[in-house]
Write a new protein. Structure first.
Lengths: 294, 298
């Protein structure tokens, strides 16, 4: 469609952004790989190349194993609860009815809040004496269920997850709603004419048409879940007894609290590789989806 | 992709579509009853924060989280803004000094890159595009340590400039994506007509293309402002002293300072959320358009 241009013109537009991107995004990423093979402690230039020692150590580190387990739980919960809830809300609130517009806005409000503020608010909700969660449990006579949600090793990870999911649900709803606008009305009407009921239409027509949106929701949720740090840090700092310590928190603690920067880098590399797997799956799924609809 | 939430929508596919008239009405009633209960649960944390912001410590301890405040005293707000106490004024200023330039720089660089990729064909342009957009998905953790070291080495550690630079760089992928998609749909005839009239490529970019990009710039401005304003991890890693502290780091510090000051924390949280709530109220359309990029083919 466009004739080919000499490379000088595009380069003159691309040079500056590429330079900044390379210097402050790509180089640091590569540098992390490099540090993961060293024993750097956070200051000075005096460090040694230790080969694969960090990785050998990390895979036998009990705390790392614990962080991997918590990350896996977090990821599994993230792929189900906020995604499913987001879809249900989108299906219920699609359409131009005025009340829908207002409800949609309110469900999506948490997206504009900082995870720091979300963490602070939810810490109060879980407060053993004054928190709304325990007040509610006592009000309905379930006193035995009331607990110090964030200090109890059995509940901390899940309590923090609910706070995180509160924000993620609205985001998923918004993406599903956008996806629903691309479901062609004639297709739905045809199904109706053929006598399909709501559930049949949903399963046979709408869900398949929502595939691109679904792929985005799952990929975004997984990536956000892997890198989520702030909400956990504010609410529990990974505690109690590392029970809510995910990979992102583990990486921060090892690097910036224990100053084992080389070791922390190897944790960052593991996190990075997990993200890469998700991105690879995402690109595969989107190209599949495109084949389907082109 | 460019359709807002409220635009064209399916009325044929509705949860309460089937059945007779009274069944439909009953169904609609039940659906909205369920939605309303969910919404009340969903909004309870927000209500609690607002109510608590106006309560004294004694009132919080007596009434907990639920009850409406007895009066609309601004005492908590005054305390957290007071330079001798919460000092949020300083941190708000720092956050503005960070967020506005970093948003502008990332959008400017993304516009340049997006134009280079969207309006010109050259060998490897597709690969270069993927290489840039992939940065959107990078977990910040992979760059924390090297950036921490780099900022120490070039003497910018513990300054707001370090955070500006890093948010500018990490904003390039999303800005490039949005602008490239935008420039691709701008008709080439515009550019060719200007070329025939003797305008050079840069004049075309600045005089003809840039004024057309306003809607895309609005989308990016709302996105970038919200992300950067709300971000905690980068300023947490790259700054230390109060003079370079951003609002989110300041608010967290406050919670350490007065561990039981619920009213103060709530007031600080409200103040810190005002700019993004402003965007939520007045620029929601653009913000949502940005969030749903890529969700729909088209």
């Amino acid at each position: 469609m466009l004739r080919r241009h000499p490379w000088v013109l595009p380069a003159s537009f691309l040079l500056l952004p590429l330079l900044v991107y390379f210097a402050f995004v790509i180089l640091p990423t590569l540098n992390s790989l490099y540090y993961s093979f060293t024993d750097w402690v956070g200051y000075g230039d005096d460090f040694n190349f230790v080969g694969l020692a960090n990785f050998e150590k990390i895979f036998t580190d009990r705390l790392f194993g614990n962080a991997i387990k918590n990350t896996a739980i977090w990821l599994a919960l993230a792929m189900t609860a906020p995604t499913g809830f987001g879809l249900v809300l989108a299906l219920a609130l699609q359409g131009k009815r005025r009340i829908n517009t207002i409800y949609k806005s309110l469900f999506y409000l948490p997206i504009c809040l900082s995870p720091i503020i979300i963490g602070i608010i939810w810490v109060w909700l879980y407060s053993p004496k004054l928190g709304i969660v325990n007040i509610f449990l006592r009000a309905i006579g379930q006193d035995h269920l009331a607990t110090a949600w964030l200090a109890n090793p059995n509940t901390a990870l899940y309590a923090v997850f609910v706070a995180w999911a509160w924000q993620q649900t609205g985001l998923n709803m918004v993406i599903f709603l956008a996806g629903l606008t691309s479901v062609p009305t004639p297709l739905v009407e045809a199904a109706k004419v053929d006598g399909a009921n709501y559930w049949q239409t949903l399963r046979q027509v709408v869900i398949p048409m929502l595939r691109p949106a679904t792929v985005v929701v799952f990929a975004l949720t997984a990536i956000n879940a892997l890198k989520s740090f702030e909400v956990i840090w504010v609410m529990t700092m990974g505690g109690p007894f590392n029970k809510s310590d995910t990979l992102a928190v583990f990486m921060y603690s090892e690097s910036f609290r224990k100053f084992k920067m080389g070791y922390g880098s190897s944790a960052a590399v593991v996190l990075f590789l997990m993200t890469m797997v998700i991105i690879a799956l995402y690109f595969r799924q989107t190209s599949k989806a495109e084949e389907l609809y082109d | 992709m460019r359709k807002g939430l409220q635009d064209r929508n399916t009325t044929a596919f509705s949860m309460t579509g089937g059945g007779g008239d009274w069944i439909r009405r009953l169904g609609t009633g039940l659906l909205y009853a369920a939605l309303t209960i969910m919404l009340i649960l969903f909004m309870a944390p927000v209500y609690g924060a607002i109510a608590t912001a106006f309560k004294s410590q004694a009132e919080v301890a007596a009434g907990g989280y639920w009850t409406p405040p007895s009066n609309l005293a601004g005492e908590n707000f005054a305390r957290v803004m007071d330079p001798e106490q919460g000092n949020l004024g300083l941190y708000l200023g720092n956050s503005l000094l960070l967020t506005i330039p970093a948003s502008i720089f990332s959008i400017a660089l993304g516009t340049l890159a997006g134009y280079g990729l969207g309006k010109y064909n050259f060998r490897g342009d597709g690969l270069l595009f993927i290489f840039i957009v992939a940065g959107m998905f990078l977990p910040p953790q992979i760059a924390l340590i090297p950036v921490f070291r780099l900022m120490n080495d070039i003497g910018l550690y513990d300054t707001i400039y370090a955070v500006i630079i890093i948010h500018t760089a990490f904003g390039i992928p999303i800005c490039t994506l949005v602008m490239r998609n935008f420039f691709q749909i701008v008709p080439n005839a515009l550019r060719e007509a200007a070329l025939i009239d003797g305008a050079n490529e840069y004049k075309i970019f600045f005089r003809i293309m840039l004024p057309l990009t306003l809607p895309a710039l609005a989308v990016l401005a709302t996105l970038q402002f919200t992300w950067i304003w709300n971000d905690f991890l980068w300023p947490f890693i790259l700054t230390q002293k109060a003079d370079s502290r951003t609002i989110m780091v300041g608010i967290l510090n406050l919670t350490g300072q007065y561990t039981v000051d619920w009213g103060g924390q709530a007031a600080a949280s409200l103040i810190g959320s005002l700019p993004t709530l402003f965007i939520f109220v007045f620029f929601q359309r653009y913000f949502i358009r940005g969030l749903t990029l890529g969700a729909v083919k088209g």
